[in-house]
Design a protein around this ligand. Structure first.
Ligand SMILES: [Zn+2]
Length: 120
């Protein structure tokens, strides 16, 4: 395991998803992390916290890195899903439940994408 993703980085990525950013099937050329597409269309690396401009896509090398990253991401998303589930179970606050289920739905969407990408 190299360049372990820290809790802070995972949290930032989760925040991006909550803010409406979409997980893409592209990997950051610098660190191999999956890239997010922000609402304005900008590609964003949640790990480096910077804008990424991709010139070429779909190269074999990128794909290998992506698969390793996807495994890691899938495990992270599963953990987040369990966290959210536990929080939903504990709260009676309707607003909070709405927020949590929205987040859960984003996590599920991302998880679905990760699974699809791993298959392709
Ligand atoms: Zn990066």
């Amino acid at each position: 395991m190299q360049s372990k993703t820290t809790d802070a980085q995972i949290k930032r990525m989760a925040d991006l998803l909550r803010q409406g950013a979409a997980l893409t099937d592209l990997a950051c050329p610098a660190c191999g992390s999956p890239l997010f597409r922000l609402k304005d269309g900008t590609l964003w690396c949640g790990k480096d916290e910077k804008k990424v401009i991709l010139i070429k896509e779909g190269e074999e090398e990128t794909k290998v890195t992506t698969n390793a990253t996807m495994d890691k991401l899938e495990a992270t998303l599963m953990t987040k899903m369990q966290d959210l589930q536990a929080k939903i179970e504990k709260t009676d606050n309707v607003e909070e439940i709405e927020k949590l289920t929205a987040a859960l739905s984003e996590v599920l969407n991302s998880l679905e994408k990760v699974k699809r990408m791993k298959k392709s």
